[in-house]
Write a protein that binds this ligand. Sequence first.
Ligand SMILES: [Zn+2]
Length: 258
Amino acid sequence: MTYDGHTGTDISIRSFKTMDSGVYIYAAADGKVVRWHDGEFDRSTEWKGGGLGNFIGLIHQDSLFTFYGHMVKHSLLVKMGDYVKAGQVLGKVGSSGNSKVPHLHFEVRDKYKRVIDPFSGDCQKVTPSLWISQPPYDLRFYLIEQGFIPYRAGFDLLKERYGVRDTFYTDVDSVITFWLHIHGLQMGKIIRADWYEPNGKLHCSYSLRWKRVWWRDFATPYIKMPDKIGKWTVKFYVDGDLITSGNFCVMRRKQQTD
Ligand SMILES: [Zn+2]
């Protein structure tokens, strides 16, 4: 997805865990490596400058340039001056440079360094698509992943899935957050979380109007640590439609062996 003021297409992967499993970046076309930078920290969760971080730039026969940004440190498999083939592995998707989540920043420029949109569609009707086969634009709403954490969402921690678990302890934890990684949640939607006690009684309901516009985002409803022992349920709604539910356990004391 792209957005105003951005010069490329961001292709996100699910999580840092996915990044650690190794997701390859492939050359979009035959070309020669003319830009190359490596050695930068690759687990950035904030926009703090640093441009494309670890990146590769290729020049192609038609004088177009392609850039591949935010790569994993020391994952670059080609060197300056190398000739590469379309589909050749260049390195791995990371979060180096000015990056909040692991993703590939893919950018195309012409010989005058002007930004080119390689996709055609409603926002770009001037030139045909540069892709051999352009994938459809994914406007769908769907849940990517969900879970529980024992803290109010600090997004850097949540992005690393720090502390994810589904058992909580009345004498250890102070909050329970239900985190939902969501694709395509539109601004203006009403999200709601209903929390149910082990006996099935509604404990509380939390709702708000969604104000952000990111294609992938986290919703993070939470409750203060309850004292009722047992298996709890939380149901998550968007505009009144049930999207998902989750269960967690509340226990009295953290076991010594844990
Ligand atoms: Zn980008």
